[in-house]
Unconditional design. Structure first.
Lengths: 1069, 306
């Protein structure tokens, strides 16, 4: 509050002096902040009609500059979108999951080919009734073959020659067994491998069509086919199977073991063996049809000790014994398969695509000699994994046909020759027919996939040619008599050519990252950040000054880029659609143009190095977190790290406050610093743990760890918020005597009412879940929807209107004082001749801040409605912390100091509360059900907007609050009208520049995080944890950046226009 | 010594920022006592502290709580010995302390002795330009000893130091430990579990950081205001205190990593950071950073241009 008065002292009422922003604060702050202060006078009272035109000029200038600034921000958004798009195009490989299932009755051929003779089995004569499939996790191929020194110096390692049984049997009794290298498709993680081994497809990041939440396979697969055929399946060992195939296994016989404790080498293995061997007894043979046994000991020994260790040798010895025991107990009807799902590198780890990691072993064994070799040189298993390998997906058609099952619909593998060639090695007819079946199935899949995907590329035609060639040669086979072996072989080979070509095609489409595109994206993003750093942090002139030249150069250079891009695309130089190449070149062109303006322009830049501890702190927070995203641990524990950073800021703010000279600043600063830290810590109790955080984390967000509804006590949280939050906001307004005008109505009434309705809404929601009320679900639902829409209307419709049209939160009181005219130098005597008029303006000290804050209140109300009860408490704490932060900034002189710390801490707060509102950087934590809070059915575009407001509510709210870091308690500065040049003298332009700087700094944080997560995800694209940790974090970073950009443009920076105009209307310019 | 010139030691050595002239001058940076024993021991103590910590590290990893509890008395003892031997107690015969606390001496004898030593220190301090006041200081001490009856004064001085160190130990335990425990929790230490770890870690940190501060500065309001504002000029005591806190802060870095190492358990890395930070801070504080202050703003206390 300030008193603009002809007789000042009477206004220094004692009630005001307890507040540091009461009357004298104006004169108090001035020397300590070293602000330049100009004479101030409320325009409305000054009544200088002669200056109307001048003022209008200032107002128009502000509006124009404001539009220009929005355009600059729009250009930044464009750069981000282009960068993210190009990276994503190269990185997120998608494959559509077809729901089609192969059926026993329908052969895969186009024409309704009838089966010539009745076969025992579905599509092909089956060879086995039953099967025991043993997976030895991480069974590398060189574990299974005798050691053969390839290089001179190489000597046997500890893992060599400890699992001889596979090789011995394959060599001694080739008709009973064969052993082959078994190459995995990366990523070499067990879950992805099991998918490949059962469906016969290649893994991609998003199997579009599958639901995000579950890992269960909904594609056609071998296990499902076996189950559908009525086989009784037993699974022993690694519990990953149950995540993939829930409910497929015989619950009585199946034993699953936790797969994550890599320090335990024996529990799983002993459990599998102990349960497996009894099942093989003849009296148990009718209880099961197929057993899947999954040993983990070798993998764990590798993770713990590495392959070259005694423990690995012992483990392999144990496996050798187990296999021999199983062989001994096996009957004639049963097929025994032993395989590794992937290999391991020299340190015993896996996940990537190095040879050691993908080279596994496959061994099949049967008491009945049905296997064969096609030639003498293939009689022995290859000594090196790269010699005669089969891809892992080949297991799917092989096993399907051997067991008389249809080939799963999505399969891309080929039948393994050795299994079908017959003991004499000459049954090419059989090989040809299984190859034809498989090819037909692949063809059918390809056709289906093309149909549901839409237009397809040119590669299709070549595979079509191969298929037709193979079919033609098959047609030419003599129908009567026996075709020669050579003919059959060539037909079979032509089918196989088709299969392998299609596999290659799909692999290039699905499993290959488009690295150039990723690099393009990263380059655009990096350049955007560099420009943003210079623009926001080191420009010597005001941002608004270079808007015009910046926009001109950006406009021309991007237009040139569009034209060149379109030309390149049309002329065929660039293999991209027109839109893509135009966008890329427009981005590149605008980057060049903007660099020219910003770096070489007249304004000049300095090196963007922080000049204070606060600046360094802001940089440290941003950079350390960005580096941390290279590690899965720091990504997993991001919420705790953010708390750590926020507490660090709070403590340093307290320390800095202790340095302030004014007692009021010191006391208030320390108080708010302590409050800031404590509020953050309280908020940190609201947690929703991600799987990887277990067991060191306890979820509190919902009633229990396994539910997604709130506990009854949590329903009290919204009421507490409704009770406390408006009072808290009011107290911050009252601190500067600003609880006047629109604030009383909006905060005291509107906000509180909205929060109260929200509480009622969530009680009704709880009543619905718990069936407490004798009302029908429909009634409850429609009442809820009505209440929710009411709150949203209050927050966004009424709120926005109020924000645009309301006056500043001040109270102007004109009275005839009788005090002595004792004007302080700071205050100005208004030109009224009646020298004793006293004009009291309450709320003067924070006129910009309180006016703009109304927008934050609106969004806070809307976002709170869309959060679960715990999240509402968190959002309430967030609003409180934001206010506390603003006071800290003010008491430490950081509002006008062009400090980066305010926006950066807001960004940290936004990120922190993202986790405190029940979210994690995983796709499964998206609260889709919030789309139904204000709606009863999905409606575009409202449902996605609601989900976005729920998911990124915290970042949105802090984005809205960003301008406050330069507006809160910003002293009102008016133009010096005596000066001739209005350009340098329009304080509202100064204000606008500060707002833009703060907004760009805020963007900078999320842009840096986005770039870091992008680069790490790209760099670690074959990492074990890519699918679980890095990719989701990258997607979150990109989404947050987009949302934040848009919110800043449409609401935050745009909102400054209305609040500034409103202040200018009262006080002039 | 009505108003001694505001610490020439500081103005000479503190190149970074001019002292706050608006308030009463707070104590200048503290030096190790100018005796041979103090100098020697001031090097032995940190080395011994680190070696002992390293030696007991396996035990600490094995059972943090009992090990921290067992080592706490030893740490307290060692640190009490360190401050008694190496540092000037609050309000005793140290030149620096006396200069900073003109009103603190309660007994007339102490006042006179400190006054005499003040003058020596002041004159010599300005001559030798800062931190090399070891020799002149010793002269001052010797003179003090010579002037009074040596035996009784020595005994009373020792008694005073014992009392001071015990007092500061008590204060540290009672005040600094809870404050640091709360800070640890605010920074994300578990709230509902691991209480023993938190409190013991805080106690270790309290002894490392605060004992010497309390011993040297007592409850001098100006000094503590500077401490809360992190405005103290660099010296062995403040360096150690700040180093402890910064070390513990950095010690939190490896905790979330998924290396599954037993030493990653909650207080161990923090404690290690605190010990290392204490030693580094003490060493740096008395050498390179002597007299330097932490600055928050560029050109703080100077009028901002814009």
């Amino acid at each position: 509050m300030v008193s603009v008065t002809s007789g000042g002292p009477g206004l220094e009422s004692p009630t005001l002096s307890d507040s540091r922003n009461a009357g004298p604060a104006l004169s108090l702050q001035s020397p300590e902040r070293n602000e330049q202060r100009k004479p101030q006078v409320p325009k409305a009272l000054a009544g200088g009609s002669a200056q109307d035109k001048y003022i209008q000029g200032l107002e128009t200038e502000f509006k124009l500059k404001h539009l220009g600034v929005l355009c600059v921000l729009g250009w930044i958004l464009f750069l981000h979108v282009v960068g993210i798009f190009f990276f994503t195009k190269g990185f997120l490989l998608t494959r559509m999951v077809l729901e089609n299932k192969s059926s026993c009755d329908v052969l895969p051929f186009d024409e309704a080919a009838t089966v010539s003779k009745k076969v025992d089995g579905c599509w092909h004569q089956k060879s086995f009734e039953k099967a025991v499939v043993i997976i030895i996790d991480a069974l590398r191929y060189d574990f299974t073959v005798p050691f053969a020194p390839s290089a001179e110096a190489e000597s046997a390692q500890l893992f060599h020659d400890h699992l001889p049984v596979l090789y011995e049997t394959a060599v001694n009794t080739p008709e009973n067994a064969f052993l082959l290298p078994f190459i995995a498709d990366p990523p070499t993680t067990t879950l992805q491998r099991l998918k490949g081994l059962t469906t016969g497809t290649l893994p991609t990041f998003i199997d579009a069509g599958s639901n995000f939440a579950g890992t269960a396979i909904d594609e056609d697969n071998l296990v499902a086919q076996l189950r559908a055929a009525g086989k009784n399946l037993v699974q022993l060992g690694d519990d990953t199977w149950h995540a993939l195939f829930p409910g497929y296994f015989d619950p009585d016989l199946t034993r699953a073991f936790d797969s994550f404790n890599v320090w335990d080498l024996h529990t799983v293995d002993n459990g599998v063996t102990a349960n497996l061997l009894p099942l093989l007894h003849s009296e148990n043979s009718t209880k099961w049809d197929v057993i899947f046994g999954h040993y983990l000991g070798v993998d764990h020994a590798g993770h713990r000790y590495g392959p070259n260790h005694q423990a690995m040798a012992a483990k392999l010895d144990e496996m050798d014994r187990v296999i021999r025991e199983i062989m001994a107990k096996l009957d004639d009807k049963t097929l025994l398969v032993v395989m590794g799902d992937h290999g391991m590198d020299s340190k015993g780890d896996h996940g990537g695509e190095s040879n050691d990691e993908v080279d596994a072993a496959l061994w099949m064994y049967s008491k009945r000699g049905i296997f064969g070799r096609t030639s003498a040189e293939t009689a022995k298993p290859p000594m090196l994994a790269r010699d005669r390998f089969v891809p892992q997906i080949d297991l799917v058609p092989t096993l399907s046909l051997l067991l008389g099952m249809p080939i799963p619909f999505n399969n891309l593998g080929s039948p393994i020759e050795e299994a079908f060639i017959g003991p004499k090695g000459n049954d090419w007819k059989n090989v040809m027919s299984v190859n034809r079946l498989t090819s037909a199935q692949i063809k059918r899949y390809q056709r289906e996939y093309t149909a549901s995907r839409g237009a397809e590329d040119s590669h299709q035609s070549q595979s079509e040619d191969l298929w037709r060639a193979a079919e033609n040669s098959w047609q030419k086979l003599p129908r009567i008599g026996r075709p020669s072996q050579a003919t059959l072989l060539s037909v079979s080979e032509s089918y196989k050519d088709y299969q392998r070509y299609t596999l290659q095609l799909c692999r290039s489409l699905w499993a290959k990252f488009d690295v150039p595109s990723m690099i393009q994206g990263v380059a655009v993003l990096s350049a955007g950040i560099v420009l943003l750093v210079f623009y926001a942090r080191s420009l010597k002139a005001d941002q608004t000054d270079i808007t015009k030249s910046l926009l001109t150069s950006v406009g021309t250079s991007s237009a040139v880029g569009v034209v060149v891009g379109a030309f390149l695309s049309f002329s065929g130089f660039a293999e991209m659609p027109v839109v893509e190449s135009s966008a890329l070149l427009a981005a590149a062109g605008s980057i060049v143009g903007a660099s020219w303006t910003i770096l070489a322009g007249s304004a000049g830049v300095s090196l963007p190095l922080p000049s204070s501890l606060w600046g360094w702190l802001a940089v440290t927070f941003t950079i350390t977190q960005s580096i941390g995203f290279a590690s899965n641990s720091y990504t997993i524990w991001e919420d705790e790290i953010l708390l750590f950073f926020l507490s660090t800021f709070g403590v340093l703010a307290g320390v800095s406050s202790m340095r302030q000279k004014s007692t009021a600043d010191r006391v208030l600063g320390v108080y708010h610093s302590i409050l800031f830290v404590i509020l953050g810590r309280i908020a940190s109790f609201s947690r929703l743990c991600r799987e990887e955080q277990m067991p060191f984390c306890r979820s509190t967000y919902y009633a229990s760890a396994t539910s997604s509804t709130s506990a009854p006590w949590q329903l009290a949280v919204p009421f507490l918020v409704a009770l406390i939050l408006p009072t808290v906001v009011r107290s911050f307004y009252a601190g500067s005597k600003s609880y006047e005008g629109a604030a009383t109505l909006w905060i005291g009434l509107g906000f509180r009412l909205g929060l109260f309705i929200t509480s009622v809404f969530w009680v009704l929601e709880g009543a619905d879940d718990g069936e407490w009320l004798p009302l029908s679900k429909e009634t409850l639902k429609s009442v809820r929807v009505f209440l929710a829409q009411l709150v949203l209307a209050l927050a966004f419709a009424a709120g926005t209107t109020a924000f645009i049209y309301s006056k500043p939160c001040i109270s102007i009181n004109v009275s005839q004082g009788n005090a002595e005219p004792e004007s302080k130098g700071k205050n100005v005597v208004p030109p009224q001749p009646a020298g004793r008029t006293t004009v009291t303006i309450l709320g003067f000290g924070n006129v910009h801040g309180t006016r703009y804050f109304l927008l934050v209140v609106n969004f806070c109300l809307g976002i709170i409605l869309l959060q679960k009860p715990m999240g509402q408490g968190a959002m309430g704490l967030l609003l409180w912390q934001i206010l506390s932060l603003l006071e800290i900034l003010d008491t430490n002189g950081l509002v006008l100091g062009n400090s980066a710390i305010g926006p950066i801490v807001l960004a940290l707060l936004g990120s922190f509360y993202y986790f405190k509102t029940g979210h994690q950087a995983t796709l499964s934590s998206i609260q889709w059900e919030t789309a139904f809070i204000p709606l009863s059915s999905v409606q575009y575009p409202w449902s996605p907007i609601v989900v976005i407001l729920n998911t990124f509510g915290a970042q949105i709210l802090t984005a809205i609050a960003v301008p406050l870091t330069v507006l809160w308690k910003r002293p009102l500065q008016l133009s010096d009208q005596s000066s001739s040049s209005p350009k340098s003298n329009n304080p509202s332009i100064r204000l606008l520049s500060d707002v833009v700087r703060a907004a760009c700094t805020y963007i900078l944080f999320f842009a840096t995080i986005n770039l870091a997560t992008t680069m790490w995800a790209g760099h670690l694209r074959r990492h074990l944890m890519l699918y679980r940790i890095f990719s989701p974090r990258f997607m979150m970073g990109a989404a947050v950046l987009g949302v934040v950009d848009i919110v800043l443009i449409i609401f935050s920076v745009a909102g400054v226009r209305w609040s500034t105009l409103s202040v200018g209307e009262i006080f002039g310019w | 010594m009505a108003s001694p010139p505001p610490s020439p030691l500081t103005t000479n050595s503190a190149a970074s920022a001019p002292p706050d002239t608006s308030n009463k001058p707070a104590a200048p940076p503290v030096n190790i006592l100018p005796t041979q024993l103090a100098t020697t021991y001031s090097y032995i103590h940190p080395a011994a502290l680190l070696s002992a910590f390293a030696a007991r590290f396996p035990a600490l990893v094995n059972d943090p709580v009992s090990e921290m509890a067992q080592q706490l008395p030893f740490l307290a003892l060692a640190h009490v010995a360190y401050v008694m031997i190496c540092l000037p107690a609050a309000g005793t015969d140290s030149a620096a302390t006396a200069a900073a606390t003109p009103t603190s001496p309660s007994t007339p004898t102490a006042a006179t002795s400190s006054a005499s030593s003040t003058t020596t220190a002041t004159t010599t301090g300005s001559r030798t330009n800062g931190n090399v006041i070891l020799r002149p200081g010793r002269v001052g001490r010797r003179r003090t000893k010579d002037s009074s009856s040596s035996s009784s004064s020595t005994a009373s001085a020792i008694r005073g130091r014992v009392v001071a160190s015990l007092l500061s130990l008590t204060l540290t335990t009672l005040l600094a430990t809870p404050v640091l425990s709360i800070l640890l929790i605010l920074f994300g230490a578990p709230f509902t579990t691991h209480h023993a770890q938190t409190v013991l870690c805080a106690a270790h940190m309290a002894i490392l950081s605060s004992l010497a501060l309390v011993y040297v500065h007592g409850v001098d309001g100006n000094v503590w205001k500077e401490v809360w504002g992190a405005k103290r000029p660099g010296d062995v005591v403040w360096g150690g205190a700040l180093g402890t806190c910064v070390g513990a802060w950095l010690g939190a870095v490896p905790v979330p990593l998924d290396w599954d190492r037993p030493w990653q358990a909650y207080p161990i890395t923090l404690l290690t950071g605190a010990y290392v930070g204490f030693v580094l801070g003490s060493v740096l504080g008395r050498s390179v950073l002597f007299g330097k202050r932490v600055r928050f703003e560029e050109g703080e206390d100077v009028k901002k241009v814009d």
